[in-house]
Design a protein around this ligand. Structure first.
Ligand code: GDP
Length: 188
């Protein structure tokens, strides 16, 4: 299967905004600036579907995209952006928690994007801890592998695998378009 069409549907802030149809959802979550928009753009083969923004932390809504007229790709707001106010961060945390936990929506997959070079941050581990109370189908995307020197690659990926034991890890580069096939096959 391939992604042949992708269009923005709406920004969602709560239950009443969610479409009532039964199409499945796949969600993308990650720290602000981890490259989430770039991953979504690479996956859908679009240049500007999810805005790659130079000011991280700007998006405060959950963005829904309709893919192939058959399922929703859900772009959650980036977390862990230090420069936003505490109040804003708390609002985002609640919105993300609502969507993933309290909404009762059963996502087909939840893709947690981390920075392959940096490894998981404290904020990433907090999000993962939140998931542990759920039965989510989580796949970890280790983005920006193009930034790793080939001599560091194995060590970095092995380290990530150790931390995320039991989860599928997809080494990825939105920039170099590496890992798209593997990611696509997790969706269909
Ligand atoms: P978001 O805030 O998570 O949506 O992140 P963006 O998609 O806006 O990307 C944040 C920054 O990381 C931008 O400068 C991107 O060009 C860069 N970036 C994203 N993906 C990659 C990647 O695979 N490799 C490299 N080297 N840079 C990337």
């Amino acid at each position: 299967m391939k992604i042949t069409s992708a269009k923005f549907v709406k920004g969602v802030k709560g239950s009443s905004d969610m479409p009532a149809d039964k199409m499945f959802q796949v969600a993308f979550i990650g720290r602000s600036n981890v490259g989430k928009s770039s991953v979504i753009n690479a996956l859908t083969n679009q240049n500007n579907l999810a805005k790659t923004s130079s000011s991280p932390g700007r998006t405060t809504e959950i963005n829904l995209f309709l893919i192939n007229n058959s399922f929703y790709l859900v772009d959650l707001p980036g977390y862990g952006f230090a420069k936003t106010s505490l109040k804003n961060r708390e609002k985002l945390r609640k919105l993300i928690r609502w969507y993933l936990i309290e909404s009762g929506l059963n996502q087909k997959k939840v893709f947690l994007i981390i920075d392959a070079e940096l490894g998981p941050t404290k904020a990433d581990m907090e999000v993962l801890a939140n998931f542990e109370e759920t039965n989510k189908n989580i796949v970890v995307i280790a983005n920006k592998i193009d930034k790793l020197k080939s001599s560091d690659y194995e060590r970095a990926i092995t380290g990530i695998k150790k931390i995320f034991t039991g989860y599928r890890i997809i080494p990825f580069s939105a920039k170099k378009k590496i890992g798209i096939k593997e990611l696509t096959s997790e969706i269909f």
